[in-house]
Design a protein around this ligand. Structure first.
Ligand SMILES: NC(=O)c1ccc[n+]([C@@H]2O[C@H](COP(=O)([O-])OP(=O)(O)OC[C@H]3O[C@@H](n4cnc5c(N)ncnc54)[C@H](OP(=O)(O)O)[C@@H]3O)[C@@H](O)[C@H]2O)c1
Length: 428
């Protein structure tokens, strides 16, 4: 009989617990697929969680010691956090010559290239399928299934919490705060939801996808990140009237040495497939030069879907299949820096809350045109002389820098009663 492939697991929370259950429930199937038994030999967490059968599995209080000293062939890191103990666990595992699987997008966004270099130097595999879009096998699709293509663009809905909130705001005309509270009640949003709703989580993920797709080191670009706090039910209503839906998107494009990498809410045409991805689902579209567009949709988080991605990596590695983490050897990764948001070129949605009086629209139009932004459509469905009314504008394609200049001028207009609300329009 062949010896088992031994696995150690650090972190027994949502994903770690799901991974233990999956390894136990699917043991036979996994053994058939790998050709040998995959055995969980060691685990570590701060507390032993109730409801998990850990009999016969060695318990380590110290996850770093487990990574370094256990007799595992592979360590799975499911603790989380960008720079702390999770990173130490990963470095200890690789330095001890063990393969590594992690779902930790925050850590990869900062340390992905260094970990890949270390793994390469030590001759071990680094798997991180679960770090982006939960159960959707997007890393494998991008790195292996689409390996024959030059990838020009990757965009997608990468945060299920935000997509749930925006879907509730759209379908039931809820305000942002009420939809967030509901998501928290259902366990879709954390008590401190800022990493999700401020776009940071999606930005970690798009930086990983950009790296795999474009063959460059992971570069988290926090300056190009905008969340969904400012999206209102009113914007949802006008977007719908004008033929759009609002989604939080991660977008990465490479042309030559310019890497556009950003996260922000965007109006997308109602008919676009991505506009109809609702609730906690994620979707990723990849554009390749030979394949054209490929779109993957599925559950982007949660215990079971994420465990599915974690164990897929374990199965690959245990079977002796492992690609370079970012598709190419670290030495040939292209050094491209994310360009500032000001390089964006596209159309914009602008909602202005103005005092309803003669001449306001003309002077706003002049301010926009003086900045190099021209108006494609104006929409005003409420009239109330002397009172506050919304005016919605859609611009022709303009440079982001021109739009930002226009926003400063329009924002200082005396008839404006609230700061202008701008949302970028993406035509896919
Ligand atoms: N949740 C998802 O749907 C999802 C999806 C994709 C990726 N991820 C990523 O997966 C990772 C885990 O997420 P999660 O949601 O499972 O987190 P979680 O539920 O908070 O679980 C974290 C686990 O790590 C343990 N832990 C904390 N500090 C530790 C230490 N010093 N040594 C050993 N164990 C320690 C915790 O132990 P105690 O419980 O005893 O404190 C807990 O078991 C994160 O990187 C996350 O970004 C999560």
């Amino acid at each position: 009989m062949s010896t088992p492939f031994k696995v150690a697991l650090a972190g027994l929370g949502t994903v770690g617990g799901g991974t233990v259950r999956l390894l136990q429930q699917q043991a036979e199937l996994i053994e058939k697929r790998v050709g040998r038994r995959v055995e969980l030999v060691a685990v570590s967490a701060l507390e032993k969680p109730p409801g998990l059968d850990l009999s016969g599995i060695r318990w380590f209080k110290d996850a770093v010691a487990m990574a370094a000293e256990s007799d595992a062939d592979l360590v799975i890191e499911l603790i989380g956090g960008a720079h702390g103990v999770a990173l130490k666990v990963c470095e200890a595992a690789i330095n001890a010559g063990k393969h590594l699987v992690t779902a930790n997008k925050a850590m990869l966004a900062y340390h992905g290239a260094d970990l890949a270099a270390l793994a390469e130097a030590k001759g071990v595999a680094l798997g991180f399928e679960a770090s982006v879009a939960g159960g959707i096998p997007v890393i494998k699709a991008l790195r292996e299934g689409l390996a024959a293509n030059r990838i020009s663009e990757i965009h997608g809905i990468l945060n299920g919490t935000c997509n749930y909130i925006l879907s509730r705001m759209h379908k039931d005309e809820m305000e942002f705060g009420a939809a967030l509270a509901e998501a928290q009640g259902l366990g879709y949003a954390e008590a401190d939801p800022s990493t999700d709703i401020d776009g940071i989580d999606a930005a970690h993920k798009i930086s990983i996808l950009a790296s795999v797709g474009f063959g460059c080191p992971v570069r988290f670009a926090p300056a190009n990140v905008e969340g969904i706090r400012h999206v209102s039910a009113l914007d949802m209503k006008y977007a719908e009237l004008l033929g759009y839906r609002i989604k939080l998107l991660g977008i990465a494009r490479r042309s030559g040495d310019v890497l556009e990498q950003r996260v922000h809410p965007a109006l997308v045409p109602k008919g676009a497939p991505i506009a109809n991805v609702e609730g906690v689902f994620n979707a990723v579209t990849i554009v390749g030069d030979f394949v054209d567009k490929v779109m993957l949709v599925g559950r982007g988080a949660g215990s079971a879907p994420t465990a599915s991605a974690v164990v897929a990596d374990v199965i690959d590695i245990a079977s002796g299949r492992s690609a370079s983490p970012f598709g190419v050897k670290v030495a040939v990764l292209d050094l491209v820096e994310p360009a500032p948001l000001s390089v964006r070129h596209g159309a914009y949605y602008l909602r202005l809350m103005v005092r309803d009086q003669v001449g306001v629209l003309a002077s706003v139009a002049k301010a926009l045109s003086d900045s190099g932004v021209s108006i494609a459509k104006v929409f005003q469905d409420e009239r109330s002389p002397g009172e506050k009314v919304p005016v919605v504008l859609i611009t022709h394609e303009s440079d982001e820098a021109a739009m930002q200049k226009a926003l400063k001028i329009v924002g200082a207009h005396p008839a404006l009663l609230e700061p202008p609300r701008m949302i970028r329009i993406e035509q896919f």
